[in-house]
Design a protein around this ligand. Structure first.
Ligand code: HEM
Length: 496
């Protein structure tokens, strides 16, 4: 206990140590207030590698983007799973997959991500998402000529959550109602979906506290919401769903062959629900918000969507877009990447599995102690004015080159960067759902641009929204508040 309170002594060869003056907490308060500002200040004072004591733990930050590859290559000294599984077990209430009894099975489960979220499987998953997005929009949006008004965040959450959930977990077969009324069946499914979405949002809201170490049992509402989600995602219920993704079908088979109880299996599906939605919802929000806030972005995006959709057959039928067509939409791609750059604040963490010496790109070395964390904070890159001039400004064409294709050349100190945009992490922890996430958001924007006229309410169009920094470290930051948007069906004649 005393060791936790006492700042440790810096040993020869170790990076500068920022231990703060508050016992146990160290610099946690300054870091927590504004991680980006704190890390920039410390980088100015200490250079590209330094250790911070944060809530009893020691984090060595590597801030030089040219040194990222050496960390993400992750030799035998750096471990990603130890940290990630420990956190996930605590928050989602699933088994300890690091225990020898589970470990081999878990490695197999992990490989399912890549087999079902990327490559040829992605085509099918994206088509399923496109169908679900169109179904959700058809059910929920006004059909008349009048403007509807709604919060942009609540609109985005509703459409993206429902379509994403149906795509990954499938559709519950509600069965016919006793009197054969189909509307009542639809209402029942809709009510069930609203409950799941509500539980998800309550659970997700408590993430900053849980990430800071508060046990979930002390976040009572979040705990109840998590248990309600686990109940909805238990195997006996999921087995009744149709049109489920290969990802969940294969994970269910794999977990059924492991020595897990039903609650333990459901906990893994809650973690998958969180991974598939928690970042996608705010990313879709910011992409749409920035696009609507910039007349140039909106008109370039609309021209691109009209060109691609008009090629794809009868514009009055449900839209079909191939992956190749989605990949060719560079304007939408640039809008989404720019929105991710501005809103992403994830932290990449590895655990040192031994004492070792880390060599930075510059040749400088840093002695690292076993058990310490190595951390990288990509927002330092995303907000670096040398890499991105006027970094706080939304520039819709920042990721377009002169030929209108995806731009991937960004420089610092005259050297080309490999890691210039890192919203999805990198190396062992790189998000396996990243290609699907980009498809989902692109399709969302395509459908809205094609079917609707949409604009921010006048008063909200004038002031710029800011990000909610209390979630820094957890991924895409949500807005501090919602804004009103109005939308109506787009008269078809105006598009032709
Ligand atoms: C992991 C970002 C969407 C599935 C991650 C990580 C990041 C991230 C930064 C790494 C976390 C770490 O280093 O600990 C995002 C963003 C998304 C998104 C920004 C949307 C814009 C999705 C989607 C899915 C998904 C749609 C699935 C359908 C996962 C999974 C992991 C993960 C399963 C854990 C991987 C592992 O344990 O190796 N994501 N993600 N993500 N993401 Fe995503």
């Amino acid at each position: 206990f005393c060791l936790l309170l006492e700042p440790r002594k810096r040993r020869p060869g170790e990076p500068p140590l920022e231990a703060g003056w508050i016992p146990f907490l160290g610099v946690a308060l300054d870091y927590g207030k504004d991680p980006l500002a704190f890390l920039r200040e410390t980088q100015k004072k200490c250079g590209n590698v330094f250790t911070c004591k944060i809530a009893g733990k020691y984090f060595t930050f590597i801030t030089d983007p040219f040194s990222f590859p050496a960390v993400v290559r992750q030799g035998k000294n750096l471990d990603f799973h130890k940290f990630a599984i420990g956190f996930s077990q605590r928050v989602f209430g699933h088994a300890d997959f690091l225990a020898p009894v589970y470990y081999n099975g878990f490695r197999e489960v992990h490989s399912i991500f890549h087999q079902t979220l990327q490559g040829p499987s992605l085509t099918q998953l994206a088509q399923s998402m496109l169908g679900n997005l169109q179904a959700v929009l058809r059910q929920n949006l006004p059909k008349g000529e009048d403007w509807a008004v709604e919060g942009l965040q609540s609109f985005t959450n509703r459409v993206m959550f429902d379509a994403g959930y149906l795509t990954i977990f499938g559709q519950q077969d509600a069965g016919p109602s006793a009197d054969g009324d189909n509307n009542r069946t639809d209402n029942k499914s809709d009510l069930c979906m609203r409950q799941v979405a509500q539980h998800f949002l309550v659970f997700d809201r408590a993430f900053p506290e849980m990430a800071a170490g508060l046990p979930i049992h002390l976040c009572v509402r979040a705990w109840l919401a998590r248990e309600a989600l686990a109940e909805k995602l238990n195997h006996s219920r999921l087995q009744r769903n149709h049109s489920m993704s290969a990802l969940i079908r294969r994970r269910m088979d794999a977990f059924d062959s492991m020595p897990l109880d039903e609650r333990g299996k459901a906990g893994t599906h809650v973690s998958m629900l969180w991974a598939s939605q928690a970042n996608t919802l705010p990313a879709a929000f910011w992409s749409l918000y920035h696009m609507l806030s910039s007349p140039q972005a909106l008109s370039a995006a609309r021209a691109e969507v009209d060109r691609v959709v008009e090629q794809s057959g009868d514009p009055d039928q449900p839209i079909s877009i191939s992956r190749e067509q989605l990949d060719s939409m560079f304007v939408l791609g640039s809008i989404i990447e720019e929105a991710l750059r501005l809103s992403s604040a994830s932290i990449m963490i590895r655990v040192a599995s031994d004492d070792f010496t880390f060599t930075l790109d510059s040749g400088q070395t840093a002695a690292i102690r076993k058990g310490d964390y190595i951390a990288m904070y990509p927002q330092l890159i995303h907000m670096d004015p040398e890499i991105y001039p006027s970094p706080t400004e939304f520039q819709f064409d920042r990721f377009l080159d002169e030929a209108g294709q995806r731009k991937s050349e960004f420089y610092k100190n005259g050297r080309r960067l490999k890691h210039y945009l890192v919203p999805f992490g990198s190396g062992a922890s790189e998000c396996p759902g990243r290609f699907f996430a980009m498809c989902e958001i692109k399709m969302f924007l395509v459908l809205l641009l094609w079917h609707y006229d949409m604009e921010l309410a006048q008063s909200d169009a004038q002031h710029r929204l800011s990000t909610d920094c209390t979630r820094a470290g957890l991924g895409i930051l949500p807005p501090t508040q919602d804004v009103l948007v109005r939308y109506k069906v787009r008269p078809r004649s105006s598009s032709s």
